[in-house]
Write a protein that binds this ligand. Structure first.
Ligand SMILES: [Mg+2]
Length: 218
């Protein structure tokens, strides 16, 4: 088992340190861009004209999207084999490295079962060598469990509004931040900035996270 990989119970935290709980796809990784590159190599194209995944996959020249079962198969292949096409979000590794000097970082992702080891390796390769917790479904209960282990501020970062809402419901003391790494998805992503602050660039997000976590200096 990769040492980067742990489950929720095995993830030990320093209870005196602030906590950063962070998603992967469209937060640490440029998922849509990588998936687009991957499916192009397989003869398909991604048209980012809605905030969806399988409905955006087309055969070149066609106007109807690929059927959902074939889209799902490409998605499964990407999680298993597409690591080379998946690039990190700009500035994410540097920002987390800075935050990790004073805070604990836990990566909370909903990667499918068959992609877990690949995902753990990808994270480590790209400078995200932090405990990895694989979640399934809404992230609120897991975020509440993690935040309950520290006696310090905690933040949660995700691109998906339902996940931010889930954390608001289960762990209302955890400050929520939305980040959408893909420029094409940014105008399409549902947001509620009155409830979950939104920053799409890591340098800006880092400043807001430092403030929320009451970190000193810089
Ligand atoms: Mg995501």
């Amino acid at each position: 088992m990769d040492p980067c990989f742990s489950d929720l119970k095995a993830c030990t935290l320093d209870k005196h340190k602030p906590l950063v709980i962070v998603d992967v796809d469209e937060v640490l990784a440029q998922f849509m861009a990588g998936f687009g590159t991957f499916i192009e190599r397989h003869g398909f194209e991604l048209r980012v004209d809605r905030f969806a995944l399988f409905q955006n996959i087309y055969r070149p020249g066609e106007t109807e999207h690929l059927d959902l079962i074939a889209g799902r198969a490409l998605f499964d292949d990407f999680f298993r084999d597409g690591g080379e096409d998946l690039l990190p979000a700009v500035g994410a590794a540097d920002a987390l490295a800075d935050l990790s000097l004073q805070a604990s970082v836990v990566i909370l992702t909903n990667a499918p079962e068959h992609g877990r080891q690949t995902r753990a390796r990808w994270l480590k390769t790209h400078g995200f060598d932090y405990p990895l917790v694989i979640n399934s479904g809404p992230k609120g209960p897991s975020a509440a469990e993690l935040a309950g282990r520290v006696e310090a501020p905690a933040v949660f970062i995700d691109d998906l509004l339902p996940q931010l809402e889930s954390v608001a419901a289960s762990a209302p003391n955890v400050r929520r931040f939305q980040m959408v790494a893909d420029e094409r998805l940014r105008p399409l992503a549902p947001s509620a900035p009155d409830r979950h602050a939104r920053f799409d660039l890591w340098p800006d997000l880092k400043v807001a996270l430092r403030e929320a976590l009451a970190l000193d200096g810089r």
